[in-house]
Write a protein that binds this ligand. Structure first.
Ligand code: V47
Length: 376
């Protein structure tokens, strides 16, 4: 193996090439190696085994129906108190009106996640999903993180499984992966102490999967967590996926350091570095071998690095989005939206095959692989 400069990775390479699952210690070796070329090759090998040259994206719209939230996560710059001037709160009819205002033909996925509102009653939530489905039958609603589902369980006094079932009956297609942050107690106590506990987050996703609802999982990294705590987070997700098979994608979320108390307290205004982002995506791709997709989230790492990440294990680059406030409130420097043509071009210029998907990962359109690599 001429390309391997870190010979201590030899055992890991053999396992990855044989399609075998890595141990925790082997995962840590990937975090610590200086052999970035080997890391990239192994992540790309795993990605190619699963998807060949295909890279997926979705024509999507994001909507945050309220930013009013009482939870007080220290990393968050999005949440507002209801008396603040910058607070907003749409009722179900306004949600429909907002979607109509931004609607573009061809959009399939509506991704909604928002704050834990102190006053909305349970009925507000299924009513919103129903109204959206009536007004836009072609839209697939991916909404409500596990943290929000726990909040709805509290206000409705229903078990989380019933909350999920009733939202599914109202037309909910899938759940996004937010609210996971970092599962390790030490970190969670400092960044999200009033939010859903790790075990409960996992249990809610287990329940959603038992109803046939597919979900995503995220990890917020680049603040006070250690590399062991990142891998521990991935480990829990890999275990749940081995049990249910219900996850579509894992999405590392790079910490955006503006306007939140976590960054202020740390005296930290640095963004994650490009190599940390790439390494993290690659480790995820290799370690979480039972996840169909590792998503490169261009909103938080920028579209340029997202394009590079297609060589580092990424097979999904999320969507066109149109408008986003959680990352941008915290200093994201990416644009608010990408065009479908722009996303196709990003993928093609990386020498890959763009595949337009919907929220269920049905393949809607495959574009030619006409990138620089293919043209050579
Ligand atoms: O749960 C909040 C994170 C999440 C910051 O499922 C921050 O397809 C970085 O979950 N810096 C919401 N991250 C977004 C989310 C998501 C995004 C893209 C795709 C999917 C999907 C889900 O945003 C929150 C929290 O972890 N977040 N503040 C911040 N300062």
């Amino acid at each position: 193996m001429k390309w391997l400069s870190d010979q201590s990775l030899r055992g890991v390479v053999d396992k990855v090439e044989a399609g075998e699952r890595l141990s925790f210690d082997e995962g840590m070796q990937l975090y610590h190696t200086r052999d970035l070329n080997a890391l990239m090759r192994l992540a790309n090998h795993t990605k190619q085994r699963l998807h060949g040259d295909k890279v997926y994206f979705v024509h999507s719209m994001r909507l945050e129906f309220t930013n009013i939230c009482y939870v007080g996560c220290t990393f968050c710059a999005f949440a507002a108190h209801k008396n603040e001037e910058r607070a907003w709160d749409y009722d179900p009819d306004e949600v429909v009106a907002q979607v109509r205002r931004r609607y573009l033909p061809g959009i399939t996925e509506l991704h909604m996640s928002s704050g834990h509102h102190p006053n909305h009653k349970w009925d507000y939530y299924p009513a919103m999903v129903r109204k959206l489905r009536e007004a836009f039958p072609e839209l697939q609603v991916k909404a409500f993180t596990a943290a929000e589902i726990e909040h709805l369980s509290k206000i409705s006094k229903k078990p989380t499984l019933d909350v999920l079932r009733e939202l599914q009956d109202a037309g909910l297609a899938a759940m996004p992966g937010g609210g996971a942050e970092i599962f390790a107690d030490r970190v969670r106590r400092q960044v999200a102490k009033n939010k859903v506990k790790a075990e409960k987050w996992l249990q809610i996703h287990r329940e959603a999967h038992s109803l046939g609802m597919r979900t995503n999982a995220t990890m917020l990294y680049g603040h006070i967590e250690t590399l062991e705590e990142r891998l521990d987070h991935m480990h829990h997700l890999r275990e749940l996926q081995a049990e249910t098979g219900g996850f579509h994608a894992f999405i590392p979320l790079a910490f955006q350091p503006m306007g939140n108390t976590l960054a202020q307290n740390l005296g930290k205004t640095e963004y994650t570095t490009g190599l940390d982002d790439l390494r993290n995506l690659a480790v995820a791709r290799i370690y979480m071998d039972n996840f169909p997709h590792i998503k490169g989230y261009w909103v938080m790492i920028g579209s340029e690095l997202t394009q590079v990440s297609l060589d580092w294990g990424v097979s999904d680059i999320d969507g066109t989005i149109q408008e986003e406030h959680i990352a941008h409130a915290a200093g994201a420097t990416s644009p608010m939206a990408l065009s479908q043509a722009g996303m196709v071009r990003m993928i093609q210029h990386a020498g890959r095959t763009p595949v337009l998907r919907d929220a269920y990962y049905n393949e809607l359109e495959t574009f030619p692989r006409t990138g620089v690599e293919a043209a050579d």
